[in-house]
Design a protein around this ligand. Structure first.
Ligand code: ADP
Length: 227
């Protein structure tokens, strides 16, 4: 069997360790996500979802435990290697779109590809293809301010997938949208993920959305349990 795309073992994280304000956010997290698997991470606000996603995506380091991406244990690797793996293999998307306001939808999806050494014409073609997969190729030349909230999130999903990562980490990706828009935009995200065959961990408090994924896990008192 091939290596899991993401493997977490024995992950712990405490903020303000050794002080009266210490917060034991993660107390021993083990998780494997297989190729093509879409996992819902369900937990209330403050439970540690963002901390866990940042550690899984190599934006933060655990106090103890190991993170492996595509079978490569990232413990102790150089900063340069971590950055390279993060850029090539991991895509992030958040509750707020964080698009660059002075660039068009297309350019927001092109820029990460140029940073990764892709030629402009190839990057343009990929950006347009991604926009058409989420149904908004007609908005390619609009700047974020001229897009609706749902359209902005769709562009942010395309940007997360711009460099064809193998793992998508999404932190409340539709948390800022009204329920109907959230439902449609979430459908677009799932279709995009399924169409590309990548693995995903998607944090949400919405149990209906969570039910549309392959597996649900819950973060409870610093540990993962099956939901
Ligand atoms: P969630 O994403 O589930 O809302 P977070 O991972 O953001 O949860 O936060 C989990 C807990 O850790 C919260 O109690 C939060 O206040 C605390 N926390 C998060 N980041 C820091 C930090 N940099 N320093 C201190 N405490 C933090």
């Amino acid at each position: 069997m091939s290596d899991p795309v993401l493997h977490l073992s024995g992950i712990t994280k405490t903020y303000n360790a050794g002080t009266p304000g210490a917060v034991n956010v993660l107390r021993g997290i083990d998780l494997s996500v297989a190729a093509g698997e879409v996992v819902a991470l369900v937990a209330p606000s403050g439970a540690g979802k963002s901390t866990l996603l940042h550690i899984a995506g190599l934006l933060d380091t655990p106090d103890a435990g190991h993170v492996a991406i595509g079978g490569e244990d990232m413990t102790g690797v150089s900063d340069r290697r971590r950055t390279r793996v993060r850029r090539a293999d991991v895509g992030f998307t958040y509750q707020f779109h964080h698009l660059l306001p002075e660039f068009t939808a297309l350019e927001n999806i092109v820029l990460p590809q140029l940073a990764n050494g892709v030629a402009r014409s190839t990057a343009d073609a990929r950006a347009l293809k991604l926009l058409s997969e989420v149904g908004i190729e007609g908005r390619a030349t609009h700047r974020p301010a001229a897009l609706s909230g749902g359209e902005q999130q769709r562009v942010a999903f395309c940007r997360a997938l711009a460099n064809a990562p193998r793992l998508l980490l999404a932190d409340e990706p539709t948390g800022n949208l009204d329920p109907d828009t959230s439902d449609q935009v979430f459908g677009a995200l799932i279709a995009l993920v399924r169409g590309t065959g990548l693995s995903a961990v998607i944090a949400t408090h919405n149990l209906e959305l969570a039910a549309r994924m392959d597996r649900q896990i819950k973060l409870d008192a610093g540990r993962l349990i099956a939901a």
